[in-house]
Each structure stands twice: as C-alpha cells, then as structure tokens.
Design a protein around this ligand. Structure first.
Ligand code: LFR
Length: 466
C-alpha cells in the first residue's frame, strides 16, 4: 500500500480551511491550502451565515488543493453541528440561520410544550442546548415551504454532487435521531411539528455521497468523489483522539470545549440528564458522552471587543504570555452561564458574573477566563467519570486549545489528571482518516486509525501541579 492524497474541508464557527491530507502505512499528515475567516452576519430576520461566501471559499480552496496535488482521490467535508439549509425543488431557501440566533428560544418553548424534555432525552439522548436543530426547525418561518433540510456539510456535498443525504454523526445533533436505533424518529418529528419529508436518507461515515457535477468538476479541475466523513466536526476530532483505553477522557477544544468519554452503549439515566450529558453519535456507532463547555469563544469574543475599542488588532500570543505571568489570584466565573452565549460585549457580560470587581488589567482578565474554562473542563471530566462509572487517568485535549499551554496546564492542575495535548488539527485528521479508510489506505477499526495518530502525532504532556 502506498500513500494516498485526499482533500479535507474543515469548517469551524470562526474560520474554515481546506487541506491536503496524506495517509498510508505509518503516514498521516496535513498540508494547509487555504484558510478563510467566517462568522455570524446580522440580517433583518436574525443571525445567519454568509453561505454564498462560504461556498465560494470551499470551491476555490478545493481547486487550489487539486492544482497543488493532482493525485487527490476524494473530498470530505466536516463542520460545526446543528445548522442547516432548507431546499425547495433543489434551490436553497435563503441563508442558513446561525445557531446563536435568538429565535430558538421560541422553538424550545413550543417543542417542550409538545414533548417534555425528559421524554426527548429518553428518545434522542441529547443534552439540552437551545440550538439543537429540532428547536431551530420549529422556529423557522420557511419550514413549511421546504421539501428538504440538509445540515451544513450535507448541504455542501449536495451542491457539489447533486445528491442529498444525511450523514449520521451530524444527524444525531438534530435531536430527531433515535439514540438507540440511529434512525430518524419520525414519530417524534411529527409531534414536534416537523414534517418528516424534510429528513433525507441517512448514510454512515465512509459512504461515497456522489461524484462532482460536471460544472463543479470543471471549476475544481478534477472529477472526484465526495465521501461522507464523520461530518460533525466534533465526531471527526474524536476519531483522531489517540484514546488508549476506557480510562481516557477527551476535550475537543475550539470555540466550544466538548468534554467527555467515548461509550459503546448509551447511559440514559436521570443523573446523566440532570448533568446535561449528551449522546452524540460517533463514527462506527460509538457514542460521544459529553457536555458542551463554552470554550475559547469567551476569549475570542473578549479580544474582538477590545480590538473594536482599540481600533487595532491584538496579538494573542503576547496576551496569553502576559496572562501566564499573572501571579495574583484571579476570580473564577461559571463559563457555562447562558448570558455568555450571544455575540457582543463579552468583557462586560463576564464582569457582571464575577463575585468581586473585574481584574483591572487585560492580562489578569484573560487569566480569569482561562482559569474559568479550565475549572469547567475539570468539573465536566469528573462528572463524565462518575456518570459512566469509569476511573479516568488522563485527558486528551485536541483542537486549537491544545496550542494554549496556559489552558492545558490549568486543566491538568484543576482536574488532577495529566493533559496530553494534541493533535491541534484533530478534526481535519479525523476527516482524512475516514476518507483514507474508505480508499483502503489504512486498516479498519477506529483503534487502528487512532494508533496511526499516536504514531505520527506525539502529544505534549502537562502533568498536574507541574
Ligand atoms: C463544535 C460544535 C459542537 C456543537 C456546536 C454547535 O464546533 O460542532 O460540537 O455543539 O459546535 O454546532
């Protein structure tokens, strides 16, 4: 077997990128091709994504990837979860809403009026998040006009290939997938007021969705298959976490910090529901038993506010170095407080949660943010251990947060467990791994895929109290 090349499109909540992945025996690496900022846009009817711009960036990035590496054999797309586009007769009905749009509050009240949360949990296994797709659908004025709903990666795959499917890992974040069956719960959809006709055929990660349409192939410069990867970014990231055993926890840390363990069977207890632990579907039928912690969003939104105030960009590495040098005690706040979820005015909203006056320097303020995120991480790790009945001996922290030494060390200190940081690009690697497996470039089980990650991407270790 030789080294094979694929293109990975990885879309986060604040930026997207296209990468070339290379995979073969003992080989797993990424070559960045393009990176583009994106984010929420405020429109008359609420918060949206500029989807037309996103699509252009994706196609341009793929064309550049093929130009650089003509031997690319397939394309895989992952993105943040829950958001969707509505189609009628194959045409997109307006821009997809952003999950932080405020209309979802109405959807929550209405859906819970039909199906109480405890019953939802029993059926879909999901923690309560106000933006879970079923609440968004319920509050979407265009729903009745639509004939199909596609989650973001499936929507892009449709525009590239013409085929409409719902990849299962991401479909599980809609709230409309049976937690045990892994099939659409159409009875639940009907009760929640969501027409089941909207829900497309489900496919598993690793399935070929289709081949680029002639028009798209002409722009990209090759006629390639699009493979459904574990298209929820967190699912892709966890594919690439080198979990050695059931005593390893993971934290996938970017905008969000997704904290938990991988399970083979759901834990649908009252305690799990009350602790707001979710069961999202992973590749190969695994479950991600995790809790969403508000992650680096707190930092990026704070920096965005300060930059607006200064009218000048702020260098994050310097700011973090200054935060590391702070020796005074800083106050810790509840990183999960719902008041922190909307964009805008983050320093003031954090200050309003502090039990004492806000730190007077930016360095100390950042330290307070990092310590608060780490405290929430440590708590979620311990809760995951308790609820799953496991004794945990390490935490794998992957994603952009793995570059943040201060956060990794604070998480180790506060949890009392070693933090193994990296890979930083776990999501894109997970995307490449599933495509590589579909091509036959590597052996089969998730454990085989993770062994390849462990061999090629050694972690940086942060010992507690070091
Ligand atoms: C991470 C993530 C989380 C999901 C949130 C919203 O990027 O996909 O897993 O809860 O974004 O989609």
């Amino acid at each position: 077997t030789r080294v094979r090349a694929v293109a990975a499109v990885d879309l986060g909540a604040t930026s997207g990128r296209v990468m070339i992945g290379r995979i073969g025996p003992g080989v797993l690496d990424l070559e960045p091709v393009s990176r583009f900022p994106h984010g929420a846009v405020e429109r008359a009817d609420g918060l949206h994504w500029d989807f037309a711009a996103l699509y252009e960036h994706v196609v341009d990035g793929l064309a550049e990837a093929v130009r650089r590496e003509p031997s690319i054999e397939s394309i895989g797309i992952d993105s943040w979860a829950v958001d969707y586009g509505l189609l009628r007769d194959g045409e997109l009905l307006g821009e997809p809403f952003h999950y932080r749009d405020r209309r979802t509050a109405r959807g929550v009240a209405e859906v819970h009026g039909e199906v109480p949360f405890a019953e939802l949990y029993e059926r879909n296994g999901l923690q309560f998040l106000p933006f879970t797709t079923l609440y968004q659908f319920r509050a979407d004025p265009r729903l009745t006009e639509a004939d199909t709903a596609l989650l973001i990666p499936d929507l892009l795959a449709y525009l590239l290939t013409g085929r409409r499917v719902a990849e299962r890992t991401n479909a599980s974040t809609t709230g409309l997938l049976g937690v045990r069956s892994g099939e659409w719960d159409t009875e639940l959809a009907v009760r929640a007021g969501i027409p089941p006709r909207l829900l497309p055929e489900l496919v598993d990660a690793g399935t070929v969705v289709g081949t680029l349409t002639p028009r798209v192939a002409a722009r990209i410069g090759a006629s390639l298959p699009v493979v459904a990867v574990a298209s929820h970014d967190t699912a892709s990231a966890v594919v690439a976490v080198p979990l050695e055993s059931s005593s390893s926890a993971f934290i996938s840390c970017g905008t969000w910090g997704l904290v938990g363990v991988e399970l083979r069977a759901p834990v649908l207890t009252d305690d799990a529901r009350e602790a707001n632990f979710t069961h999202e579907r992973g590749a190969d039928g695994r479950y991600r038993f995790l809790h969403n912690v508000t992650g680096l969003w707190l930092l990026s939104e704070t920096v965005r506010a300060w930059e607006a105030e200064d009218g000048a960009p702020i260098a994050l590495p310097e700011l973090l170095a200054a935060a590391s040098a702070v020796t005074d005690q800083v106050p810790v706040f509840d990183a999960n407080d719902p008041s922190l979820s909307a964009p805008g005015d983050m320093p003031a909203r954090i200050a309003a949660l502090l039990p004492q006056p806000a730190p007077s320097t930016r360095a100390a303020f950042v330290r307070s943010i990092i310590e608060s995120i780490a405290a929430a991480f440590a708590e979620a790790v311990h809760t995951a251990a308790e609820l799953s009945g496991r004794s945990l001996d390490r935490i794998h922290l992957v994603g952009g947060g793995a570059l943040n030494d201060l956060l990794c060390q604070a998480t180790a200190d506060r949890s009392g467990l070693p933090v193994l940081a990296g890979p930083v690009e776990a999501t894109a690697l997970g995307n490449v791994l599933i495509q590589g497996r579909a091509l036959g470039a590597t052996r089969g089980t998730l454990e085989d895929l993770r062994a390849l990650v462990a061999a090629t991407h050694p972690p940086k270790v942060f010992a507690p109290g070091a």
